[in-house]
Design a binder for this molecule. Structure first.
Ligand code: FNR
Length: 390
């Protein structure tokens, strides 16, 4: 409705409404290393390709003469109602994409009434993002330091809790960055840049600062290079935790905990057993492990196994309203938007992120409306609207 009422373009510079243009537009404005980092996937991108291919295996079959108004897009998770069934995926080091970085993305999310998930690899502090996002919904994503750095984990959780992050998202697939040829070829690690702009969240942590001073007899500002390398090693320790370790997080976080990176029924069952409140069916946009399954391909079996026992969130490969609709129809309660909003951020900062989020919501709204689906709740949007293509 808004597009018809207010005209098609009100952003300078103008941004395409065609989602597949955003990547090319971002490539034009970004340094090659930054573009390679956001576009990059593991190996020869088979997992990434499978993510996209998985959507094409399902089509939405419309119903006619369904007398219904514009669809209701609200969703409820963890006792909280959200305006739209999407959230902004955690994405680190946003300074390499735009000078306004996480502040721009969090502000756009807040204005568009979409939850913002702050990455622990952020180039902006937990507190500054909370201020920018003020009354918006915000969740905190943890890259989980190994057990010998539990003091830092506790400090991060405490900071997030004190500044109003309501849900803890624990990413399980990234205890080390994947084999990404684009970054390897560019010799690019965003956490080890000479200007060290990628590590502010760590540099602002009081426990990390104190421990650094004890170790080196100087402040992080006095040796940013060493401090950045040490922080990167803390959030990407190189080794994984075990299921037993989850108890520690449950003891130190009193809100919902969501495990991000689940790709199998077995792990989803383990998540239920561990007593967490949600999972994100995700393969990190194919950035971590190549030769993997399309994330949407495993969603139905995971929903069938655990969907009534915890909240199932989905990401990896979502590019359009129809993609969001298909993931919801297959049982996800919420869908995370990854690369598309980062492209928007690169193209036009806060306005670019808003444009991408609004476009996706508008596309979703009309896709459902024109399919005769009155709401995004599972009552109306479920497998009965889908046809599996052979
Ligand atoms: C990510 N992702 C990610 N995930 C996470 O848990 N913590 C993080 O810091 C990051 N950082 C990050 C940086 C960049 C540049 C990208 C593209 C992605 C993964 C992200 O949350 C999400 O799972 C994927 O982006 C989803 O796949 P698509 O939508 O990008 O295909």
């Amino acid at each position: 409705n808004e597009v018809y009422a207010n005209g098609l373009q009100n952003i300078k510079p103008p941004i395409s409404f065609y989602p597949l243009d955003w990547e090319a537009a971002a490539k034009e404005v970004l340094p090659a290393e930054s573009f390679g980092y956001v576009w990059g996937s593991a190996g020869i991108r088979e997992t990434d390709d499978n993510n996209r291919a998985a959507f094409r295996k399902w089509s939405i079959v419309p119903s006619r003469l369904v007398k219904a108004d514009f669809p209701n897009l609200k969703t409820s998770l963890f006792g909280q109602e959200y305006e739209y069934p999407i959230a902004v995926a955690p994405v680190g080091v946003q300074h390499i994409f735009h000078r306004d970085a996480e502040i721009a993305a969090a502000t756009a999310a807040f204005k568009e009434k979409i939850p913002y998930i702050l990455s622990s690899a952020s180039s902006t502090s937990i507190e500054d993002v909370a201020t920018a996002n003020s009354t918006g919904a915000r969740w905190f994503q943890l890259y989980w330091p190994s057990n010998e750095n539990n003091d830092i984990t506790i400090s991060l959780l405490k900071r997030a809790k004190e500044t109003g992050y309501s849900v803890l998202v624990v990413t399980l697939d990234t205890y080390i960055l994947g084999w990404r040829p684009s970054d390897l070829t560019n010799a690019f690690n965003p956490f080890l840049r000479p200007d060290n702009i990628g590590v502010e969240l760590g540099f602002s942590d009081p426990v990390f600062r104190r421990q650094f001073r004890e170790r080196h007899g100087k402040d992080v500002e006095d040796d940013r290079g060493t401090a950045a390398a040490e922080w990167a090693h803390i959030i990407f320790p190189g080794t994984s935790h075990s299921w037993e370790d989850l108890k520690f997080l449950q003891d130190h976080w009193d809100g919902p905990i969501v495990l991000k990176g689940i790709q199998s029924v077995r792990d989803a069952e383990q998540a239920v057993e561990a007593g967490v409140q949600g999972i994100v069916v995700s393969n990190h946009g194919g950035r971590q492990q190549d030769g993997g399954v399309g994330s949407l391909d495993v969603l139905p079996e995971i929903v069938d196994a655990v969907g009534d026992r915890l909240e199932v969130i989905f990401d990896s490969g979502v590019r359009t309203g129809a993609d969001i609709a298909r993931a919801l129809a297959l049982g996800a309660k919420m869908v995370l938007i990854g690369r598309p909003y980062v492209y928007g951020l690169a193209i036009a900062g806060e306005a670019g992120v808003s444009h991408v989020l609004r476009s996706l919501c508008g596309d979703l709204e009309l896709t459902l409306h024109l399919s005769g689906i009155p709401s995004s709740s599972s009552k109306h949007l479920n497998r009965s609207v889908l046809r599996r293509n052979v």
